[in-house]
Design a protein around this ligand. Structure first.
Ligand code: NAD
Length: 254
């Protein structure tokens, strides 16, 4: 119960890494504001977590809009009286030939993956400082450092998240607010199941995962949730400004 009583916002909580982390947080005693643009998905996660007895509020909205960030922070303060943890995780992954990408597509991805992170941090930081600090965890990606053709926008967004993380950590760690990011490799989520479908089935994706990720399997969302819970907890009190891979040695391999 290392998150007992902590008030936490999780974005992108309706699916994948966000939903898996919400489960771990709920089991470890956190009180949750779950943010996502998928309202049905949010209700599904809330129902699935009912047995944990965790206090949960839902905040439907688009993270690329300031109103969503402000609503989520206001909801945490109203419901729980404080904000201790922000897991800034909502994101999309799209790819395609760079020459074919127009500005609208570029802006759409960057607005969700990077501007959304800024907006959430901007709304949350004053509330977290008022509570004496806390922990922000941003979801970057192994693709911030290892990439492939067609991922210019995605890689730019995920590398930008590392910069935002380090800059915020330098600004606020001395006031008790730690800021870190995680860099997942291949995680078993709907995002990757959609990718498998595009490639023609999981049989097509599995050899690629074995080749790129020495762990030779996808990492579960609960395994990611365990790392995020550690970073959210006081057990990680010495860690700030870090970009931590959870990629089964993918970023260590040639
Ligand atoms: N799955 C992986 O292998 C992997 C690897 C590295 C990084 N990531 C990152 O992890 C994060 C979560 O990805 P996932 O794999 O769980 O994907 P997912 O598609 O399963 O879940 C993403 C969630 O974010 C929500 N979302 C997307 N855009 C939103 C917006 N504008 N406003 C509010 N909610 C929005 C979606 O509705 C969805 O519920 C993303 O930032 C992704 O880039 C994933």
């Amino acid at each position: 119960m290392r998150l007992q009583g902590k008030s936490a916002i999780i974005t992108g909580a309706a699916s994948g890494i966000g939903a898996g982390t919400a489960e771990v947080f709920a089991e470890q005693g956190a009180r949750l504001v779950l943010v996502d643009r998928d309202i049905d998905g949010l209700h599904g996660v809330q129902d699935a977590l009912a047995a944990t007895g965790a206090e949960i509020r839902l905040c439907p909205g688009d993270v690329s809009e300031r109103a969503t960030a402000e609503a989520a922070v206001a909801m945490a303060l109203e419901a729980f009286g404080r904000l201790d943890v922000l897991f800034n995780n909502a994101g999309v992954m799209t790819s395609g030939d760079f020459a074919e990408w127009d500005e609208d597509r570029w802006d759409e991805l960057l607005d969700i993956n990077l501007r959304g992170m800024y907006l959430m941090c901007h709304a949350a930081v004053p509330a977290m400082l008022a509570a004496g600090g806390g922990s922000i965890i941003n979801t970057s990606s192994v693709m911030a450092v290892l990439t492939e053709p067609g991922y210019e926008a995605y890689t730019t967004s995920k590398a930008g998240i590392v910069g935002l993380t380090k800059a915020l950590a330098v600004s606020y760690t001395d006031r008790g607010l730690r800021v870190n990011c995680i860099q997942p490799g291949w995680i078993d989520t709907p995002m990757n199941r959609r990718l498998a479908e595009e490639l023609g089935g999981m049989d097509k994706l599995t050899p690629l995962i074995r080749q790129q990720q020495p762990l030779s399997r996808m990492i579960t969302t609960r395994e990611v949730g365990n790392l995020v819970a550690f970073l959210a907890s006081d057990d990680s009190s010495g860690i700030s400004g870090a970009a931590i891979p959870i990629d089964g040695a993918a970023s260590a391999a040639i």
